[in-house]
Ligand binder design. Structure first.
Ligand SMILES: Nc1nc2c(ncn2[C@@H]2O[C@H](COP(=O)(O)OP(=O)(O)O)[C@@H](O)[C@H]2O)c(=O)[nH]1
Ligand SMILES: [Mg+2]
Length: 325
């Protein structure tokens, strides 16, 4: 028995006993490794844990071939878009969710705290965007359901740690897990997924040096949005970038003869037409649509617009339809 292990270590020991899948066990063991003070007195224990992890990794790899296992977490989509916060361990993903939404995920100074995805709603001006906190992208322990979640999202926000000397290693691992999940960045690699790169902890003095190291090896470092989730630095810019990347517009509607309320807009893809809007309001409205009175930015004199009219953000629309009888 090693003396002077922090109390948290023993909590994790108890959790380990209840863990069922090799992935869960590996995650807990990695936490235990992180919590454990590193000195001569714990060397033997460190070795033991390492060999346990190695054995479990083998087991997990074998199990992947015939994947049975624990229930798959799913997240119900809500709001105008879905952003999955992903990235290496301990980069501040849960802190970011807590600072942008009312969700209260567990936050800790050691890695692998988050084991299941947790959603929260981010209020951007007058719309809500769903943000989802996830367990770390880490070779061996990232499970297939996380890949599904990432592939189905509108945006993947990869959060890196600008206080971490090993950022290059973490970046290598992140990219290899993304590849394992068959996810590549729109424009940059060959395909399809919108990825927003952010670097957290810009409140620490070394952040610029670490960012420069990243930029030397990864061109994507130059598009990195730097933030501090803890100190709320650049969170407004992050919100704007998310809104822009979602490529959606807000359209307000009003009832003929009533004053506009200019709240609870419909959110639809940018460059949608009045017909697309009618469709998303009610399927019958597409058939009965005659024309709309439309105010740019909700103000000024209305124009008369037909079904092919291309809408813009903050248009106010009053739809006139035939009596559907
Ligand atoms: N200095 C600094 N530390 C942060 C920031 N955001 C998170 N942390 C710390 O980084 C550690 C990991 O945070 P957590 O949100 O649990 O990371 P996760 O594993 O990615 O979910 C915790 O000790 C946080 O307090 C930040 O903006 N600046
Ligand atoms: Mg977390």
């Amino acid at each position: 028995m090693v003396a002077n292990l922090p109390p948290h270590y023993h909590t994790k020991e108890a959790e380990l006993k209840n863990a069922k899948t090799p992935e869960e066990k590996i995650a807990i063991l990695l936490e235990m490794m992180a919590i454990m003070p590193k000195h001569k007195g714990t060397e033997k224990l460190q070795k033991e844990l390492k060999s346990k992890i190695a054995k479990l990794r083998k087991e997990a790899a074998e199990k992947k071939v015939i994947s049975r296992g624990s229930p798959v977490p799913t997240i119900e989509r809500e709001g105008a878009g879905q952003v999955i916060i992903a990235g290496p361990p301990n980069t501040g993903k849960s802190t970011l969710l807590a600072s942008m939404t009312k969700a209260r995920p567990e936050i800790a100074e050691y890695p692998f705290t988050t084991k299941i995805p947790q959603p929260g709603m981010f209020q951007y001006q007058d719309i809500q965007i769903q943000m989802v906190d996830t367990p770390p992208l880490s070779p061996d322990i990232s499970e297939n359901w996380l890949g599904d979640l990432l592939r189905k999202s509108d945006i993947i926000l990869i959060l890196l740690d600008l206080a971490d000397d090993n950022i290059l290693e973490r970046m290598d691992e992140t990219i290899s897990v993304l590849e394992q999940f068959k996810i590549k960045q729109q424009g940059l690699w060959e395909f399809t997924k919108k990825i927003l790169w952010a670097g957290n902890k810009m409140d620490v003095p070394v952040w610029e040096d670490i960012k420069n190291i990243l930029c030397e090896f990864y061109p994507v470092g130059r598009e990195l949005l730097t933030i501090s989730a803890q100190n709320m630095l650049n969170i407004d810019i992050l919100g704007e970038s998310i809104f822009k990347m979602l490529d959606i517009i807000r359209v307000y509607t009003k009832i003929p003869g009533k004053p506009p309320e200019l709240k609870d807009p419909y959110t639809i893809s940018a460059r949608s037409t009045l017909e697309d809007l009618a469709k998303s309001i009610h399927k019958d409205l597409v058939k009965t649509f005659r024309y709309a009175r439309l105010w740019k930015q909700g103000k000024g004199n209305p124009i008369i617009a037909g079904r092919d009219y291309i809408l813009e953000d903050k248009d106010l629309v009053e739809i006139h339809a035939e009596d559907a009888r």
